[in-house]
Design a protein around this ligand. Structure first.
Ligand SMILES: Cc1cc2nc3c(=O)[nH]c(=O)nc-3n(C[C@H](O)[C@H](O)[C@H](O)COP(=O)(O)O)c2cc1C
Length: 168
């Protein structure tokens, strides 16, 4: 079984989450491709798909949304999961799902969505981004919870195992 993991990331922290999800799936025995959304030109080869995005101003990034729109029909034929990464702090805020998630769930027929905490690294941000972060008083730091991320990926490993057992 081949799995695609594709996440839109501006400053690399969501790409890091995609890598860890990909590694967990590989450990679970799957063939995995971790690819930026803009580089995905076909999804027919994949038996399952995981799409993620960093959250900016309450929204998914455009390349992730475009990926789900380009292959909407194909996505609906496969098991699909979504994740977002954004909330900052302890507890991570904002706790609400990005606004696009309801629509992307509908378009892709995704089986689930998970919101992970993100990372804010001052050195990576542009001046306008620093101004927004300052105005929101969001704390800098890496709030990604690797256990939570691996656990979520392992739940998908179990689910895919059940699907392939049912096909046999
Ligand atoms: C200008 C700016 C706006 C942001 N807006 C949101 C937001 O609306 N909701 C959220 O959960 N996180 C927000 N974040 C936090 C990012 O989603 C978080 O830093 C994420 O880990 C970035 O992922 P990336 O490194 O893959 O780009 C914002 C960050 C910046 C710099």
């Amino acid at each position: 079984m081949k799995v695609l993991v594709s996440a839109a990331s501006k400053h690399g922290s969501t790409a890091g989450i995609a890598d860890v999800i990909g590694s967990a799936l590989m450990t679970g025995g799957y063939e995995v491709s971790v690819m930026e959304p803009a580089r995905v030109d076909d999804v027919d080869d994949f038996d399952a798909i995981i799409v993620g995005s960093a959250v900016y101003a309450g929204h998914w990034m455009k390349p992730a949304i475009e990926l789900t729109e380009r292959f909407a029909e194909r996505f609906r034929e496969k098991p699909v999961w979504l994740f977002s990464s954004g909330p900052i702090g302890d507890p991570p805020k904002p706790a609400e799902d990005p606004v696009d998630v309801v629509e992307v769930m509908k378009v892709t027929g995704a089986r689930g969505h998970h919101l992970f905490a993100g990372k804010l690294d001052k050195a990576m941000l542009s001046f306008p981004e620093r101004a927004i972060v300052g105005a929101l008083r969001a704390p800098y730091g890496d709030f990604r919870d690797w256990d939570e991320i691996r656990n979520w990926a392992n739940e998908i490993v179990v689910y895919l195992g059940e699907i392939s057992a049912a096909r046999r």
